[in-house]
Design a protein around this ligand. Structure first.
Ligand SMILES: NC(=O)c1ccc[n+]([C@@H]2O[C@H](COP(=O)([O-])OP(=O)(O)OC[C@H]3O[C@@H](n4cnc5c(N)ncnc54)[C@H](O)[C@@H]3O)[C@@H](O)[C@H]2O)c1
Length: 407
């Protein structure tokens, strides 16, 4: 079968554990047999990150800036346990955090909906797109354990002029503090990309913070977001897109009671937590797509879940696994679609669409991994293994492509 040529490079970032296994299966069975594709490969597996003192992560982010499109496998963010497990030099920072701080922008997470998987939240009928601000806050913080009695302060030292300070807390005993920041530029970029996305998709746009408590920090987000919305009033009106601001606790309550079908812009931490809640509410963490859209128009696609560590340990013991590869496959199809759009190669975007259809039809045809079984109606007699599921998609994709050739 002649392969479809992909004109320009996709930056490929390999990862860890079970997702690394699925990554290879996806490439070998679903991508490389069909596409003549040039991938610039970066190994973001934790061992190679450690070997390069994490330089590989920074190089991968720079490559995305150069080529415009990247696709990333899930990676371990090491903690002390992982440092021991993988004999690392230190607990390197989150690769996603590093990449996001270099690219900046907003992460859009959208659930993949299939007819025979019923959401846990009964009211949800349409996707809820979580637009997560991808810069700063606790992901670029400085923290300190306070050993005992003493005063802690926030201090601003301007290039010229007088210092400004506020007291954080007068400690009478031990405790802990954290300094977080964000920038006007990044918050405006977050608002702009979320607004642009909502207009393009013609979806209502929601945003929530806790500005009643954090009048300065959260209040700053609220004000800048509103200013960006005001600048795009005409476009929003034309697209029929309504902007709603909530207190974050009210937003959470409204989201759960809603039927979906909107973009939910979230501050960095809220987006981290709420996208897992939304993914699980719709069915599974394995059914959530994720793309980072930078203000400079660069795209990084990934699965929204982690490395599925527990399944990997079973895999290492030689036991069969049933890990859901849908989000990993959709990370690839997202990157391929975007590459095709930017390169103006419709055959490439068409291939990605066929692959997504093949995935959905495979599940709707009753072949699915264990995580989806509990919510499936009707329930299939048995679940597919990690490999069987990908093989079933490959077979369907082959059929689709062959059928297309006959027409
Ligand atoms: N984007 C990323 O790279 C990313 C995100 C989160 C966590 N992590 C890393 O992943 C590792 C494991 O973290 P975790 O356990 O908190 O998160 P996880 O997403 O790997 O797993 C959370 C839970 O969801 C289930 N799950 C997740 N994806 C699944 C899938 N595709 N199929 C079936 N079940 C699935 C897991 O079995 C587990 O019960 C950690 O080292 C963490 O640093 C990476």
């Amino acid at each position: 079968m002649a392969k479809i040529p992909v004109k320009n490079v996709i930056v490929e970032m390999d990862g860890d554990e079970m997702t690394r296994i699925m990554w290879k299966l996806t490439k070998d069975k679903l991508i490389f047999p069909f596409l003549d594709i040039k991938c610039e490969y970066y190994d973001l597996g934790v061992e190679y990150r450690d070997k390069t003192d994490d330089q590989v992560t920074k190089d991968a982010a720079s490559a995305i800036k150069k080529h415009g499109v990247g696709v990333k496998c899930a990676t371990i963010t090491p903690d002390e346990k992982r440092v021991v497990e993988y004999k690392l030099k230190k607990a390197w920072g989150s690769p996603n955090g590093t990449i996001r701080s270099i690219l900046d922008g907003t992460v859009f997470r959208k659930p993949i909906i299939v007819k025979n998987i019923k959401p846990f939240v009964r009211t949800w009928k349409k996707p809820i797109v979580v637009a997560r601000h991808a810069y700063g806050d606790i992901y670029k913080s400085s923290e300190m354990v306070v050993p005992g009695e003493g005063k802690t302060e926030l201090v601003f030292t301007p290039k010229s002029g007088d210092k400004k300070s506020v007291v954080i807390h007068d400690f009478t005993g031990a405790g802990v503090i954290m300094g977080i920041h964000n920038t006007e530029k990044s918050i405006r970029a977050f608002a702009k990309t979320a607004i642009t996305y909502a207009i393009a998709e013609k979806l209502p746009l929601w945003f929530g913070t806790k500005d009643t408590i954090s009048k300065t920090y959260h209040g700053y987000f609220k004000r800048l977001f509103q200013e960006e919305v005001d600048k795009r009033q005409e476009d929003l009106k034309k697209a029929g897109v309504e902007y709603k601001y909530f207190l974050i606790d009210d937003a959470v309550a409204q989201v759960v009671k809603s039927e979906g079908g909107f973009v939910w812009a979230c501050k960095n931490y809220d987006g981290d937590v709420m996208s897992d809640m939304v993914a699980t509410g719709f069915g599974s963490l394995g059914m959530m797509t994720s793309v980072l859209l930078s203000p400079d128009g660069h795209y990084e696609y990934e699965a929204a879940h982690g490395t599925v560590q527990r399944h990997y340990y079973e895999h290492l013991k030689g036991n069969p696994t049933s890990t859901n590869s849908v989000a990993t496959i959709f990370a690839w199809t997202g990157a391929i679609t975007k590459r095709g759009e930017l390169d103006k190669t419709p055959a490439v975007t068409d291939f990605a669409r066929k692959m997504e259809e093949a995935v959905i039809e495979t599940i709707e045809g009753g072949t699915m991994t264990k995580d989806l079984m509990a919510m499936a109606e009707p329930k299939p007699a048995k679940h597919a293994s990690t490999e069987e599921f990908i093989d079933a998609i490959a077979a369907r994709l082959q059929q689709k492509i062959a059928k297309n050739k006959e027409l």
